[in-house]
Ligand binder design. Structure first.
Ligand code: ASP
Length: 580
């Protein structure tokens, strides 16, 4: 029981065992219902819940008034208990009501009905939205996750160190927010897209194990799982290999999950990037459902069917029961979708008792048809979708179709965590430089078994880089870092960055490594995403007290606002009309 001088109890804690006690409660007035001529039922609400108070109906209490009610806890009359309410067996009688503050009627009801209200309005009146049970619960889950993560890191010997918010630009790839310097007009700080630079320097500094619940800022388009500012559990450790980092992070994530759900998930499984792409077609596989990609390249090695002949990779997914579900129209839509994702086409086959019902069935040999059926384990009534293309396109297109067709909403149980390891060191070719692009950032350690490929076949080099994925959402990434300048130079050379450019761009970061950098590696995962999933929310805005809208504004404070001319002058800034 919590008591302060103003109240003896909190609303949501009252039960039958309190019957007979005189209590003082403080909170906001929820629903009010007139009860006969003399009395009214008033729901009194604080952060712990709601309790029914029976008050004299002469008393002027209205929706959202702030009141203090003193009265006697009594059992509700026979037949009027409310099972849906934890306090539903009792009510407060003989009430004396003190109005602490009157309130303007709120723009929406402070209960579940506000879920239907336009989000813009909810965000404009966020302080009212946050009074609601759902939002109170989400913020408390968030606090539970933060403290569980912190405790797990402390338990493992990590030291919390705060890093600055005004930093130089760091080479991690995201667009940054710039902050103009008043003392040096024309010069800018960046807001940190992550503490990457500083945490690695903390390893040079001998901190050994660092962590921070860090605010990170990236100027990228907002989505259900992305805000300009977000919180990460950021960590780095010295004298370790990949498994040490994965174990330390797993401990933090599993402890947080346990603190919220009461159940500790199993050890987090590990899967190589190659396997994830081959079987799920994405680097963040959702393991809550099947429909895995089935390998068929061999089956069609000597095919005469033109659409399959000579393809780099042929794979299929089986949609159980899909034959009836997908009419001609929907199959056309799936085909268009596959093409928009980069495939040359999509082959569909409806499985019947005798064979396949499909415009392409006649092009398959009896052996091919039999092998296709066996490999996909197709049953009559299923739909089989096949893509034949370059390996990456085949995987990605089918992976996306698999998600489109089968993926449940992210927040629906069960929770399926997976580590994806051995990401490629480089991904794709930068259109402007014609050079490979770093898969994560340019400081990731190449896989020791692939070092010999750096010069001859860089795109085949794997990195000691890993992601943590939960229900198809990427929770975070990390890597073992390069701590030797010779190797770093080689990787820069792959990226088309010569010694002079490397010194100019990254010297401030890399020169300190010359003073004795230990082998080190780390990771960062997004707390907003983890909290959202654990709270059963599909959108991270629901677990952030004051988020921005999808368009990056805050309807409550109106930020961002035009620059004040005096401030701009002081900063040496002039605003140009927007480029057309
Ligand atoms: N700084 C990286 C990120 O925020 C994480 C890491 O490599 O530790 O994604």
């Amino acid at each position: 029981m919590t008591s302060t001088s103003m109240r003896t109890h909190q609303c949501g804690e009252l039960r039958a065992e309190h019957v007979g006690q005189t209590v003082s409660l403080c909170g906001w007035v929820g629903r009010r219902r007139e009860h006969g001529e003399k009395l009214a039922f008033v729901d009194l609400r604080d952060h712990t819940g709601v309790v029914q108070c029976v008050v004299d109906n002469e008393v002027d209490v209205r929706s959202e008034y702030v009141v203090r009610i003193t009265g006697v806890v009594r059992e509700r009359p026979e037949g009027t208990a409310n099972d849906a309410l934890p306090t539903g067996e009792v009510e407060i009688g003989e009430c004396r009501v003190e109005v602490l503050r009157r309130a303007t009627p709120p723009p929406f009801p402070i209960d579940a009905r506000a879920d239907e209200v336009d989000e813009q309005i909810r965000l404009q009146y966020r302080y009212l939205d946050l009074r609601r049970e759902r939002m109170q619960r989400n913020l408390r889950i968030r606090s539970t996750v933060n403290s569980a993560v912190r405790a797990a890191m402390e338990r493992q010997g990590f030291v919390e160190v705060e890093t600055p918010m005004l930093v130089p630009s760091t080479p991690e790839g995201a667009r940054e927010f710039l902050v103009p310097s008043r003392k040096e007009p024309g010069s800018f700080y960046a807001l940190p897209q992550s503490p990457q630079l500083f945490k690695q320097l903390l390893m040079v500094a001998g901190i050994d194990r660092y962590y921070q619940i860090a605010r990170c800022l990236r100027d990228e388009d907002l989505r259900a799982d992305r805000q300009y500012e977000f919180m990460q559990l950021d960590m780095e450790m010295s004298f370790v290999g990949q498994d040490d980092v994965l174990d330390a992070v797993s401990e933090a994530v599993l402890s947080a999950a346990e603190a919220v759900t009461g159940e500790r998930p199993d050890r987090i499984e590990r899967m190589t990037w190659r396997h994830a792409m081959d079987r799920y077609g994405v680097d963040k596989p959702d393991l809550r459902f099947g429909m895995e990609l089935v390998e068929l390249t061999e089956v069609f090695a000597t095919t005469e069917f033109k659409a399959f002949a000579g393809a780099g990779a042929i794979k299929a997914i089986r949609v159980p029961g899909g034959a009836d579900e997908y009419g001609r129209n929907q199959l056309d839509k799936l085909t268009d979708r596959a093409k928009s994702l980069g495939a040359k086409g999509l082959v569909w086959l409806k499985v019947t008792a005798e064979g396949f019902d499909s415009p392409v069935a006649k092009f398959l040999s009896a052996d091919e048809a039999a092998a296709l059926r066996a490999r996909t384990e197709a049953e009559p009534g299923d739909l089989v979708l096949v893509v034949a293309d370059e390996w990456a396109t085949t995987c990605e297109v089918l992976g996306q179709l698999r998600n489109d067709i089968g993926r449940p909403p992210v927040h629906q149980g069960p929770y399926r965590y997976v580590w994806i390891v051995e990401f490629p060191l480089f991904v794709g070719i930068d259109a402007t430089t014609g050079r490979p692009k770093p898969g994560h950032h340019p400081f990731c350690m190449p896989h020791p078994d692939d070092l010999h490929l750096l010069e001859t076949d860089p795109m085949a080099v794997r990195a000691l880089a890993y992601d943590l994925v939960l229900n198809g959402w990427e929770l975070g990434s990390g890597s073992i870092r390069i701590h030797e300048s010779e190797l770093q130079r080689q990787v820069f050379a792959n990226l088309g960055i010569d010694q002079e450019a490397a010194d100019r761009k990254f010297g401030f970061f890399l020169n300190p490594f010359e003073y004795g950098a230990p082998p080190h590696g780390g990771f960062a995962f997004g707390l907003d995403r983890l909290v959202a999933i654990l709270a059963g929310e599909e959108n991270i805005r629901e677990v952030i007290a004051f988020p921005k809208t999808q368009s990056g504004s805050d309807p409550m404070t109106n930020a961002p606002v035009p620059g004040d001319p005096r401030q701009l002058a002081e900063l040496g800034l002039r605003v140009l009309p927007p480029a057309t």
